[in-house]
Write a protein that binds this ligand. Structure first.
Ligand code: KE4
Length: 429
């Protein structure tokens, strides 16, 4: 039975008159799946509710922040308490030190940390600091990894060959990406060749230590250890962009899970608990170049504001106190293995990589190890799957090239309802 979404349709038409594309972020515009984005009214636990009153089991959790589920009482109370004292002072407050201490205690690579307001700000700043610290300009990123809309990182590599960055968006002067080398994820040979030729000019390497932004792609142990060794050998700063994986795949992030220590880490999403927070940090000698301690400038009006800090503190403290990770791993493994059984029964070529509570169902016959394989996925079939699940009250990431997230609020009932929906939808694909 088709859900009534007339209010969403009408409101989206109104939004398009005043907001580019009707959205404040293209990721939520349904560009990869077609149709009209739903206008959400409220959220609670594992659920989203649209303005037509339809309820959805939510697997994006605001694209990662809501590992505890929406409106966790401890987080809401902390925000309300902070609000009683004001919103932003433009001066230091105790809460920003408290969140910094919690982050440093959890993330092995961070001696010092600077709060910002988004993951993009975090990666943009980390790149600048790495360049300032090394005095070098060249950076390496990997095709299919997304690090926010930073000019120097919005680079779409061409073929698998070493590609000098060409901007993937108008408005970015070629000069901004001339120093960006784009390599293939998990390709150790290409990495070694690049360092052999240009290692001593490379300021930093930045990567998602578990990729979420081409769908979930898992690094090989060889790839991570090659990265660490080559960066050590050439004095290059290794940056783990853990905006998505930080406090998601383990309390200490992917670096704790894989026992690889980067030189710098960027964070976001979960450390704000749904409020705008990003952070970057790392080795003391590197972070000591950051203004005003050192010469590399970075600033922000609302960085460290008490309301966002209170939300992040409550989120991390609750994660520490409840340790949801073992159950998240087990529930997500059960969900993905049952989804795979159902997809196989329906004769659908697929692969479902899963790390912790992140997963992607690729309509692809091969294991997705990098962007070259990811882009061979059947995105038309994915779009039908997405909308079929939506009609059954399950809200997935609206792109084949995104991760989905299970939260601590997802109970057995939601998992079973998701599987029931998938069984029905797979039969229609
Ligand atoms: P923000 O600027 O959106 O807070 O963070 C940018 C960013 C940086 N690094 C990683 C690994 C990220 O995943 C992101 C943002 N992720 C996307 C979803 N894949 C956010 C959704 C959106 O852009 O609306």
């Amino acid at each position: 039975m088709a859900l009534d979404r007339s209010r969403s349709q009408a409101h989206f038409a109104r939004a398009q008159k005043v907001i580019p594309g009707g959205v404040n972020s293209p990721a939520r515009a349904f560009g990869g799946v077609g149709g009209t984005p739903l206008i959400m009214d409220r959220a609670d636990g594992p659920f989203l509710f649209d303005i037509d009153g339809n309820r959805y089991i939510d697997y994006i959790g605001s694209w990662g922040p809501h590992i505890l589920g929406h409106r966790h009482p401890v987080v809401i109370q902390a925000i309300q308490k902070a609000l009683e004292k004001g919103t932003s002072f433009g001066a230091p407050c105790e809460l920003e030190t408290e969140l910094a201490e919690l982050v440093i205690a959890a993330v092995p690579s961070m001696d010092l940390v600077r709060m910002v307001n988004s993951g993009t700000e975090a990666t943009m700043s980390a790149i600048r600091v790495a360049r300032g610290f090394t005095g070098r300009s060249t950076l390496i990123k990997f095709t299919g990894c997304y690090h926010g809309h930073v000019d120097s990182l919005l680079v779409k590599a061409g073929s698998a060959a070493l590609t000098l960055g060409t901007p993937s968006s108008p408005g970015i002067p070629v000069g901004c990406t001339a120093d960006t080398l784009c390599l293939e994820y998990n390709d150790c040979q290409q990495l070694e060749e690049t360092f052999a030729r240009r290692g001593d000019e490379i300021a930093c390497v930045i990567l998602e230590p578990v990729v979420g932004n081409m769908g979930v792609v898992v690094p090989t142990p060889q790839f991570l250890s090659a990265l660490r060794a080559l960066c050590d050998r050439h004095g290059t700063v290794l940056i783990f962009d853990e905006v998505m994986t930080g406090f998601r795949v383990a309390f200490g992030g992917a670096q704790e899970r894989f026992q690889i220590r980067p030189d710098m880490t960027t964070l976001g999403k979960i450390i704000g608990g749904g409020m705008p927070v990003g952070a970057y940090g790392g080795r003391r000698d590197i972070m000591s170049v950051v203004s005003p301690a050192g010469p590399v400038y970075q600033a922000g009006t609302l960085s460290g504001n008490p309301v966002a800090m209170a939300s992040g503190i409550a989120t991390l403290q609750t994660l520490k106190a409840t340790n949801p990770y073992p159950r998240l791993e087990q529930v997500t493994q059960q969900l993905t293995s049952r989804l795979s059984e159902l997809a196989t029964k329906a004769g659908l070529e697929h692969t479902i990589p899963q790390v912790g509570s992140m997963f992607t169902l690729f309509f692809n016959k091969d294991a997705v190890t990098d962007h070259r394989v990811a882009v061979k996925s059947d995105t038309t079939r994915f779009a039908r799957y997405f909308h079929g699940m939506l009609d059954h009250g399950v809200y997935l990431a609206c792109s084949q090239y995104e991760a989905n997230f299970v939260s601590a609020a997802h109970s057995e009932a939601e998992i079973q309802a998701t599987l029931k929906a998938a069984e029905a939808v797979f039969a229609t694909l």
